[in-house]
Every structure is written in C-alpha cells, then in structure tokens.
Design a protein around this ligand. Structure first.
Ligand SMILES: CC(=O)[C@@H](O)[C@H](O)COP(=O)(O)O
Length: 265
C-alpha cells in the first residue's frame, strides 16, 4: 500500500495523521500552537469546561486554536455523571458547531478511570441525540463491545490513567480488543508518556493515538511533538510492513554457503 493512501477515516472524515492531540497544559498558547503544528495532528481535543475563555488560557488560547484551522474534538473532561456529560456535550455542540464528541465520564477521582457503565449509557443517549461519539474507556473488551453495540464508530481505550505517562499498562487487553473488534477504528487514549509507547500501540494494530500531557509538559514541547509524529508513523509503517515472527533460537542473518576458498585445499 502506498503511504499516501493510508488514511484514517473517522465518522466518514478522512485524515492523513494518526496522531490526535490535546490542547491543555502547554506553557503558553503560542507554544501550544507551535507544538500542535509540529505534531502534524489534524484533530485537536478541547475542553469547554477546563478551557473556557475566562478561565484557562484566555482569549489568546482561543485565537491560537482557531488559527490552526484543525478539526476540533470537544470533550467532556471532568464530568462525573451521565447527566453532566450529556449537558456539557450539548453546550459544546452549540459552541464549537460540531457533533463530534470525545466522551469522558469519570468514575473514580483517584485514577480518573472512566465509569464503564456511565460511559455506555451516556454514549447511547448522545448517539440518539445525533452525536458522533469517541468514547474514552478502559481496556475492557466487553465494555468496548457494548460501546460498539450502542453505535460508537470509534473506540478509545486507555493506555494508562490520564497524565501518568506509564504507557500501555495491559498490552494483552489492548491486543484482545484489536483482535475481537477488527471492524472499528481503535485509538489508544491517555497515559502515553514516550514515543516508544506510541510505537508499541501502533504495532498492536491500533489506528491512532490521542495524547496531551507527554507533549504539553515535555521540556521542549515542539521537539517532543515532532518525535511523537514520527513514532506514530513508524509504528504504523511497521504494522503495514508485517513484522518478522519472533523465534526461540538464534538464526544466522548471514547464511554460510560452504567454506571460503582459502580453506578448500
Ligand atoms: C486531551 C485529552 O483528551 C485527555 O483527556 C487525554 O485523555 C490525554 O491523556 P494524556 O494527557 O495522559 O495524554
């Protein structure tokens, strides 16, 4: 497959980049803009709740965000109930003029773990209201299947809790979800701390990565954004290329055919 044909399609929209990026926690709106540009991301998550113009970032934040001219994916970060998430989703739809929604229903404040039951219930309600839901969920196969069954056309299981940078806590779970739900795009969301984590997720056959903290809080966010851009591409290319099988025993990479001529007397 030619690289330029390898697009990511989400709810009927096509993208070249497989890296989705958050817009919070950057040292300044200008650095956010530069880092997002360097990441090559075409989809940016925004939180109405955490980033309202009067609170974080102010006008500069919104102006920088707007000038990027990217697809916005509003999220319901910080919502703890189905009702709260549905209400915030409706406000976001009005404000951002999009029916795309990253659904987050927090179940536990200690690890910000998504509430699995609340997420399914909220997804079902929002889809009936015409939203295109991107659910942030745990790496639980059955929850992912339920989210698919209520109409989510993309799933976003966590790598590890938001902001921890611990990478993929349970690659086996993520691999099982990939194998059992081959028909939907899957994106690993949250907990990605290093480019190697992103490569690992892409090599499991995931379709994309959503991250925020690892870039926004890096020593050099712009350089880190570029590193993640390249990591996601490398992981994707490795998946398309088909990795060699792992072996139990050594196998020479330089096969020997007979003896060198000076030994043949
Ligand atoms: C930006 C966003 O939507 C976050 O809630 C997301 O889950 C990213 O998590 P990290 O900050 O751990 O990358």
């Amino acid at each position: 497959m030619k690289q330029n044909q390898d697009n990511l399609t989400l709810y009927g929209q096509t993208f070249h980049s497989r890296l989705l990026i958050g817009s919070a926690l950057y040292p300044s709106p200008a650095i956010m803009r530069e880092a997002i540009t360097a990441s090559g991301s075409e989809i940016i998550t925004v939180s109405l709740r955490r980033q309202s113009p009067s609170e974080a970032g102010g006008e500069g934040f919104w102006q920088q965000l707007k000038s990027l001219n990217k697809t916005l994916l509003p999220n319901t970060a910080g919502c703890h109930s189905v009702k709260e998430a549905v209400t915030l989703a409706q406000m976001s739809r009005e404000l951002f003029e999009t029916d795309w929604l990253k659904l987050e229903v927090v179940g536990d404040d200690y690890n910000l773990q998504p509430d699995p039951l609340g997420t399914v219930e909220a997804a079902e309600q929002l889809i009936k209201l015409g939203f295109k839901v991107f659910p942030y969920c745990t790496d639980d196969l059955v929850i992912c299947q339920r989210l698919r069954d209520v109409g989510c056309q993309v799933l976003m299981p966590w790598g590890s809790p938001i902001g921890t940078g611990r990478g993929l806590m349970n690659p086996y779970n993520l691999q099982t979800i990939r194998e059992r739900i081959p028909e939907l795009p899957l994106i690993v969301d949250a907990g990605i701390g290093k480019p190697s984590h992103a490569v690992q997720a892409m090599e499991l056959g995931y379709d994309g990565i959503l991250l925020n903290t690892a870039v926004a809080q890096a020593g050099d966010p712009v350089l880190m954004a570029r590193a993640f851009r390249d990591a996601v591409t490398a992981g994707r290319q490795a998946t398309l290329a088909g990795a060699m099988p792992e072996r139990q025993t050594a196998s020479p990479s330089t096969p020997t055919l007979g003896m060198p001529f000076w030994h043949q007397q």
